[in-house]
Design a protein around this ligand. Structure first.
Ligand SMILES: *[C@@H]1O[C@H](CO)[C@@H](O)[C@H](O)[C@H]1NC(C)=O
Ligand SMILES: *[C@@H]1O[C@H](CO)[C@@H](O)[C@H](O)[C@H]1NC(C)=O
Ligand SMILES: *[C@@H]1O[C@H](CO)[C@@H](O)[C@H](O)[C@H]1NC(C)=O
Ligand SMILES: *[C@@H]1O[C@H](CO)[C@@H](O)[C@H](O)[C@H]1NC(C)=O
Ligand SMILES: *[C@@H]1O[C@H](CO)[C@@H](O)[C@H](O)[C@H]1NC(C)=O
Length: 951
């Protein structure tokens, strides 16, 4: 029996070897091996990108030279023809020659060159030679240029993948033509090919398609619903086509979809109940779209779902309890919607969850203590909801947690610091904007991976002690608390070197323990201790610091010159202290300095010069000091300058006309100094193209109003039709170990109006203002001022202006405040001014005007003081009647009022006054809010609108 079976086995082995030798005769053909060798000769292999195995290294004509045995090559067993070439991840690099010898392998059925780097050379023309090709994969290979049209003749193609050739994109001018004959395709992936067109309707006939990948193709138009009916479609990916709109099919999905990716498109409408029929669906990604309505309960039927990603939509209503059945779910992201719900109990059944992000919604539950069932949880984002109550202690049993983000939740209670040390993997803990405190004593100060700790706005009254034991801490946020006393030394114990960002701003801190002014943070890049009660000399910023903000304290003494050794400074804000002495001249030579704010101190002496070519400053604020001398001409090296505020000093100079060279200058404030002389006493060409705000008030400028300067303010000549308010800001980048933090700093300023100071914490990019008041200007108001159509505020008061008020002022359609008082103006008030529907402050008092006061719209709201001390004016609101009948009748309301227009003088508000018939907008100018009974309801509703618009 044993012998017999041995015999059988042997003969089988023998037969097998016969079989093999019988067919291995079909060696590869010489023309094909030489074509391959030529290909190898003309391409490089380097260890770049996705390099795994340089298969061509095994290719050689030595020995048998049988190319069928070479790496990546497969031949037909019978004919010996090369039918498959798989050189994916083969470390190929260099350009592919246009007459590549690959096109001689005319029997090829499958060609894969994915994951190589062809240096952004074009895909060669000649694929029509490979008429048997069924699989072509040129993805992730750094090809660029136009896709050769002859690929479209490969009518045998089953799979075409040209995706992810990023960088210089591939492009395809006419996709409809291109796919016309490729009707047998099962897989088509053109992701990151620039199509710039709508989806060709013909695709809806491609009944074999199982995968359609078109992410980031610049698609526009609407995705035909018929795509969702393709009978075999399992994967649809159109992510990142922001101009592609579409809707989910309501009644019927024909496709057996498993992966549906639509994020960052223009898709909108509701998620229909029918989505519950996609019983095979594994992943649904549709974040950052415009879906609205509620999540249908039928989604609980998607029993294969592992990822549900719908953040940043307009979804509302409850998260359906049926989600309790989505037990395969590992990633659930619904953040930044309007979802509500008073229970999260259903979540605790989703035991496979690793990522849960439902932050920024309206959820109002408490945290269920059974959260501890979610043993796999790595990422938990719940912030910005209306959760409340305590943090359940069971949360600390989630040993895998890396990110625990619980900010802005109305949580309260005292946390046991020992618990934090139980989460050995925790890297990021955010508890800002809650009402919590920490137990004082703790025992288990074991090692911790915690790198990011945010405890801003937590109502803390002291530094939590456990912070001293976090040896890996990188970011520490403790701003907006009520922490009192001195900053203890232990706060930087153990982890001096790890710390990159410390924010202690807005507390009640009075100084440093032991009066230390030498801050031992060797790697710190960002230090904000602003808005405290620090009463000390200026601490020297740590050596590598890029942002140093210690404004709004009670610092005294001088700035030591050693500050300039901190040569990495990008932002230096020492404003609002009591610092004195001279500004160290070396400050002008700190290379990367972008923002310099020394406002509201007691500095005296000259403004230091800046050193040629090294100036990167965008903002200089020196206002409210005691600076003298002239404006250093070297400032013209600061080519990036956007904001220059030298107001409230004692600068004695003529107008620095050379500022005109600074092409980005938005804001010039020279107010309340000793500037003098005419502004345009010379011939030079002025060019203040970008100027938004010019404040020269309270100086001794004389001569004519600067027509050339005003005529060059091109930004003031166009009304910006932007629909969102943006604020003037700079965003310096601060390097913090693994990340670059963009610090957005909005410009602030004050404008004077009629003796009241108005503070602007933010300055809208569409706020345009000119203040030339309180100088010695003479002559006429130039007609061309009417070209500055986007002006919101114009103040020429308190000068020696003569002549009449130019009617062209009526072109300033968005003007909110016009002050011409205290001049020598004559003639009538142009009736056209009645068309200025935003005008809320108007003052022509103390002139020699005459004739009737215009009537209608805003003019009916101005009090008599606006017109006082003009001998010849008559009509309402003045007591003296006009002799020629009454004031002229109100002008016809022919103008169209744009309700989208915003008033800028209070940027968080949008106030509308309902007139009789004519709706018109009135700015909340300078806080002089006018509310009458009629408009109160309107005020109310517009407040709500303003909120919606802020979101
Ligand atoms: C291969 O690399 C060499 C050296 O970098 C380069 O000169 C050559 O042009 C490359 N060949 C191709 C085909 O890109
Ligand atoms: C490919 O074209 C180049 C020039 O364009 C030529 O020098 C080379 O001989 C051609 N090679 C083949 C194999 O035809
Ligand atoms: C499609 O194929 C037919 C026949 O092979 C050919 O005549 C026609 O030009 C092709 N159409 C396109 C758009 O390539
Ligand atoms: C969960 O699925 C089961 C079985 O299909 C069903 O009976 C139950 O109603 C579902 N639960 C919810 C809350 O929809
Ligand atoms: C959810 O989990 C709870 C407790 O773990 C269990 O009693 C309940 O049956 C589960 N619900 C469903 C629908 O699986």
């Amino acid at each position: 029996m044993a012998a017999l079976s041995l015999y059988l086995l042997l003969s089988w082995v023998f037969l097998l070897s016969l079989f093999r030798t019988g067919f291995a005769e079909a060696l590869c053909h010489e023309d094909e091996s030489s074509a391959l060798m030529e290909f190898k000769r003309r391409i490089n292999t380097t260890d770049v990108g996705q390099c795994i195995n340089p298969k061509v290294h095994s290719w050689s004509l030595d020995g048998s030279g049988d190319c069928c045995s070479w790496g990546g090559v497969e031949c037909d067993e019978v004919t010996g023809r090369v039918i498959t070439l798989d050189l994916s991840s083969s470390c190929l690099s260099g350009t592919m020659s246009p007459n590549t010898t690959l096109f001689r392998l005319v029997h090829l059925e499958s060609l894969n060159l994915a994951f190589n780097s062809f240096d952004f050379s074009p895909i060669p023309y000649g694929f029509s030679n490979l008429s048997r090709l069924q699989y072509l994969n040129l993805s992730f290979s750094d090809f660029s240029g136009e896709i050769p049209h002859d690929i479209s003749q490969l009518s045998e193609l089953i799979s075409l993948d040209l995706s992810y050739n990023r960088g210089e994109l591939l492009h395809l001018p006419n996709m409809g033509d291109f796919v016309h004959n490729l009707t047998g395709l099962k897989k088509l992936d053109l992701s990151f090919v620039n199509l710039s067109s709508s989806l060709p309707p013909i695709l809806a006939n491609f009944s074999s398609l199982t995968l359609l990948g078109l992410s980031s193709c610049g698609l526009n138009g609407e995705l035909p619903v018929s795509i969702f009916q393709l009978p075999n479609l399992e994967v649809l990916d159109v992510v990142g086509n922001s101009n592609l709109s579409g809707f989910f099919p309501k009644p019927h999905w024909g496709s057996p979809l498993k992966y549906l990716y639509l994020s960052s498109t223009n898709f909108s409408g509701e998620i229909p109940t029918s989505i519950g029929n996609l019983s095979l669906l594994n992943e649904l990604k549709a974040g950052n779209c415009y879906f609205s309505g509620s999540l249908p309960s039928s989604m609980g039927n998607l029993s294969h779902l592992t990822m549900l990603d719908l953040p940043k939509n307009n979804l509302q209503g409850q998260i359906p309890v049926s989600f309790v059945n989505l037990t395969q779910l590992s990633k659930l992201r619904l953040y930044s919607n309007n979802l509500s719900g008073d229970t999260l109990e259903w979540i605790v059944n989703l035991t496979k969850l690793t990522d849960l992000d439902i932050a920024d919604n309206q959820l109002s539950s408490g945290l269920p203590s059974s959260f501890e069932n979610l043993k796999q949880l790595r990422i938990l984002y719940l912030s910005h909801n209306k959760l409340h109550g305590n943090i359940p202690s069971t949360l600390w049993n989630l040993k895998n947690l890396q990110f625990l983000i619980l900010g802005s939740l109305n949580l309260n209670g005292t946390l046991d610091a020992n618990d934090l040390f139980k989460l050995k993997n925790l890297e990021d803990l955010r508890l800002s904007h809650n009402n919590i405190s920490f137990t004082k004593t703790f025992i288990n100060a074991t090692s911790s991976k915690l790198a990011y700790l945010h405890l801003d706005s937590c109502n803390l009254t002291e530094f939590p002690q456990f912070i001293g034991y976090l040896s890996k801490l990188v970011v520490l946020g403790l701003s907006h608390n009520k922490i009192q006393g001195t900053i203890p030394r232990w706060i930087w114990n153990n982890r001096k070197e790890s710390l990159y960002l410390v924010d202690l701003s807005n507390n009640l801190l009075t100084g440093f323990e032991n009066n230390q002014t030498n801050l031992p943070f060797p790697n710190l890049k960002y230090l904000d201790i602003s808005s405290n009660l620090l009463k000390t000399i200026l601490p020297i910023p740590p050596p590598l610091v890029e942002l140093y903000n210690i404004s709004n304290n009670f610092l005294f003494g001088e700035i030591p010159t050693s500050i300039c050794e901190v040569s990495s400074l990008v932002v230096l804000d020492l404003s609002n202290n009591a610092l004195n002495g001279k500004i160290p001249p070396c400050l002008g030579s700190i290379g990367p300095l972008t923002l310099l704010n020394l406002a509201r101190n007691k500095f005296h002496g000259m403004i230091p010069r800046v050193y040629p070519n090294s100036c990167t400053l965008k903002m200089i604020d020196l206002k409210e000091n005691r600076l003298r001398g002239i404006v250093p001409r070297s400032l013209e090296n600061c080519r990036m300058l956007e904001y220059l505020n030298l107001g409230d000093n004692q600068i004695n100079d003529t107008f620095p006309f050379w500022l005109s060279k600074l092409a980005y200058l938005n804001i010039i404030v020279l107010q309340s100094n000793k500037f003098h002389g005419p502004i345009e006493g010379h011939l030079s060409q002025l060019n203040f193209t970008s100027l938004h705000i010019l404040d020269l008030s309270n100086n001794s400028f004389n001569g004519k109003l600067p027509s050339k300067l005003l005529g060059s303010c091109h930004a003031m000549k166009v009304i910006d039709g932007q629909d969102k308010l943006a604020y003037m800001s700079i965003s310096p980048l601060i390097n913090i170990t693994y990340m670059i933090v963009g610090v957005k700093m909005t410009y602030a300023m004050t404008l004077m109006n009629k003796g009241t100071e108005r503070k602007y914490e933010k300055i809208s990019t569409i706020l345009m203002a000119i203040d030339l008041s309180c100088n010695k200007f003479e002559g006429f108001i130039p007609e061309l001022i009417g070209d500055l159509k986007s002006l919101r505020m114009l103040n020429l008061s308190h000068n020696f202006l003569t002549g009449s008020i130019p009617p062209s002022l009526a072109n300033l359609a968005v003007l909110e405040s016009l002050d011409l008082s205290l001049n020598n103006l004559v003639g009538e008030i142009p009736q056209q001014l009645a068309s200025l529907t935003f005008l809320e402050v108007f003052d022509v008092s103390h002139n020699q005007l005459s004739g009737p006061i215009p009537r209608g719209t805003q003019f009916d709201t101005f009090g008599s003081s606006s017109f006082a001390m003009n001998e010849g004016l008559c009509g309402s609101p003045l007591p003296n009647k006009c002799t020629n009948g009454d004031n002229t009748p109100p002008p016809p309301s022919s103008f169209k009022v744009d309700h989208e227009e915003e008033s800028l003088f209070d940027l968080d508000w949008k106030i509308m006054l309902a007139g009789t018939g004519v709706g018109f907008l009135v700015g909340v100018v300078l806080g002089n809010l006018i509310i009458d009974e009629k408009s109160r309801w309107f005020l109310h509703s517009s407040k709500r609108m303003a909120k919606g618009w802020n979101r």
